[in-house]
Design a protein around this ligand. Sequence first.
Ligand SMILES: C[S@@+](CC[C@H](N)C(=O)[O-])C[C@H]1O[C@@H](n2cnc3c(N)ncnc32)[C@H](O)[C@@H]1O
Length: 402
Amino acid sequence: MRGKGGMDFLSWRLWKRRKEGIGRACWGMNSRGGGNGWGRRGCCFWTRGMRRREWMSCPKLSRWLVHILSCSAVAQEAMRGNSTSTFNLVRCKLTLFYDYWQMNEILEALLPRDMIIPSAFETVGHIAHLNLRDEHLPYKKLIAKVVLDKNKPKIQTVVNKIDAIHNDYRTMQLEVLAGNHSLVTMVVENGLRFHVDLAAVYWNSRLASERQRLLNGFTRNDVLCDVFAGVGPIALSAAKIVKHVYANDLNPCAVQYMEKNSVLNKLERHIEIFNMDGRRFIDAMYASQKAQSITQVVMNLPNDAVEYLDAFRGICKDKPKDKEYALPMIHVYGFSKARDPEFDFHERIRIALQEVAVNVEMRRVRQVAPGKWMLCASFRLPISVAYAHTMSRMQAHQVKSF
Ligand SMILES: C[S@@+](CC[C@H](N)C(=O)[O-])C[C@H]1O[C@@H](n2cnc3c(N)ncnc32)[C@H](O)[C@@H]1O
């Protein structure tokens, strides 16, 4: 789109705003003569506030103008110190185009006054992920174009989340606002490369430090079961550390990416990947010989994971009690909106396990919304639960449908 005199559209918009006072610069230098001639220097520019006659200092512009002037013959002479000339205030007019201004400055100039500037975004590989408010939506394409232009070449696509995550696979509904339309990208985490298709699988870069914290607790003697593994950020990073990993996800697309990522990172010999419901996976693992070796279980599906804990009831009931199994540490994630989130989550764990005495180590991971916390509870599976003779919901369901 072209504006006045063949300028690109955004330069034209800025030019229009410049007529209102944006982008004009005035620079002043004063010297008393002698010395190196640089007695006092400064730079000011008008932004939107210019209309209200407010001046803002701009270090970047200042540096630039000082550079231009220091290249001039008079200034060079003055700096060499052999000039006795007296400098007066110099006034010059500059037109600064789109390329000059930073993202925030442009958005501030283009969006209506008093609107919060949507300058923060999350990055997943080459994708910038905005979370626009309703008031931004009429300007969503304009905002995305500025974000794209000012963050190239790292950012190639700008998307906005359309809706809260509701579906089973925890995928986001995204609208591509600018750039190329591919949502397949590559993320580097923990020295590993992950192919991710944001349209089809779950990925959250904000949880990188939480994943790291979890991994720090694993040793090479561990065998890990990742019940809700996604494309494998925990499972594959753990595969570098522990003896072996069993990873599972219900989403066939996530499983495909996890397999691809295990090959990409040359970890395929350290991981076995499954595609089934989490409860069925726990059941299958503990019905097999693998059960004896499992030392760590990760359950990262904060919305529902706690509901799957009943799958651990009676997992050892057919095993001889004298040859006691090393029962695993379970790390289960959950959300809580309660006033005492730790108490609330602990309570839900006790109910799901049908066991009062569960010694839980609890930590808050992050606040996901006002008053809503994501928590991680870690505990050793109690013997009373593992050897319980009451049935899990899945076993009960199987008996009923038999
Ligand atoms: C919050 S994501 C976590 C993925 C991964 N752990 C990570 O940190 O990126 C939860 C994952 O659980 C999977 N999932 C949802 N319901 C499931 C179920 N019933 N059984 C197994 N996996 C399930 C989703 O497909 C999704 O990939």
